[in-house]
Write a protein that binds this ligand. Structure first.
Ligand code: G3P
Ligand code: CA
Length: 295
């Protein structure tokens, strides 16, 4: 209830937005999930084309230890077709597949009914982390030379067989980041603080971001204890007070996943540093219109 009252208050102040403008960075969630099948190279290209500041995506690890881009720790019937173009009967754990086996699935044909603007990209395999860096390194889009990467270790304490140990996961990810010299452009995010602590030990130059789902009492001491650089809460729980408190402790705030103008404006009024959205191009456009209104 307190949260609803707060959001109503913020909404009431939204028209004053342009006067005191501090605009957030744009993170393309799973690339550009609103317009292209999630976590695919075409989704990352769409985010680059739209001018995103950061590519957000999720990581898993294959049987042969390759870091790949997937929201689920499994190839799922909702996202991918099998090598013959048929629907899967059941999900297949990434940890049961070598990279060569995984590359046979088509993860670009099935569209997500929650995102009616999605356009199919048939025959698109699940990418590796390495391939996302390569795509950006070779890309001619204006956003590419500076774009950053907000990469999430999907790890499940209640189901440890679906991923490597936190330490091993952190090592595999940081090895790929280091190979590309991308430490300064990478944020490793997770709901699971263990990988964040492990990343800080292995590569202190890589920023870490603690994801949270629920409203938490006294989050800032926990964030400080985990030595994270960024707090990434479910947007439903942000308050201007919590944002200020985190920022006063030197921690940036990047809520997820915000997809409407009204909610973007509420987050901007709350003073967030970044917004994670399924529609990065539309958010970039919206921020440009706010900038223009300020002039
Ligand atoms: O980056 C935050 C957000 O991606 C967390 O939720 O489930 O989309 O990975 P999820
Ligand atoms: Ca994510």
């Amino acid at each position: 209830m307190k949260n609803i009252i707060f959001l109503a208050l913020i909404a009431a102040t939204a028209p004053a937005l342009a006067a005191d403008l501090k605009l957030p960075a744009v993170h393309g969630h799973r690339g550009s999930r609103g317009t292209v099948p999630e976590n695919t190279l075409p989704a990352f290209e769409a985010a680059l084309m739209g001018g995103a500041d950061v590519l957000e995506f999720d990581l898993g690890v294959t049987k042969d230890g390759v870091v790949v881009v997937s929201h689920e720790p499994k190839v799922t019937p909702e996202r991918c077709l099998d090598a013959g173009g048929k629907r899967l009967d059941k999900p297949v754990p990434l940890r049961d597949l070598t990279l060569a086996q995984l590359k046979k699935y088509d993860c670009g044909t099935l569209l997500n009914p929650k995102f009616p603007q999605q356009i199919e990209v048939p025959g698109t395999p699940m990418p590796t982390l390495d391939e996302v860096f390569e795509l950006v390194e070779k890309s001619g889009y204006a956003a590419a030379p500076k774009v950053e990467f907000n990469i999430e270790t999907k790890i499940f304490p209640y189901d440890p067989d679906l991923s490597p140990s936190p330490e091993e996961f952190a090592r595999l990810v940081t090895d790929v980041v280091k190979k590309h010299g991308m430490e300064a452009r990478v944020i490793v995010q997770s709901f699971d603080v263990r990988t964040l602590r492990a990343v800080k030990k292995l590569a202190p130059a890589i920023r870490t971001s603690q994801l949270t789902y629920e409203s938490l009492v006294d989050i800032v001491p926990a964030l400080k204890s985990a030595k994270v650089d960024i707090w990434s809460p479910n947007y439903k729980w942000i308050t201007a007070e919590a944002v200020r408190e985190a920022q006063a402790a030197g921690i940036k705030v990047a809520p997820w996943t915000i997809n409407t103008r009204k909610e973007w404006d509420i987050a901007i009024a709350a003073g967030v540093d970044a917004i994670i959205t399924d529609y990065p191009a539309a958010l970039v456009e919206h921020l440009e219109s706010l900038r223009a209104a300020k002039k």
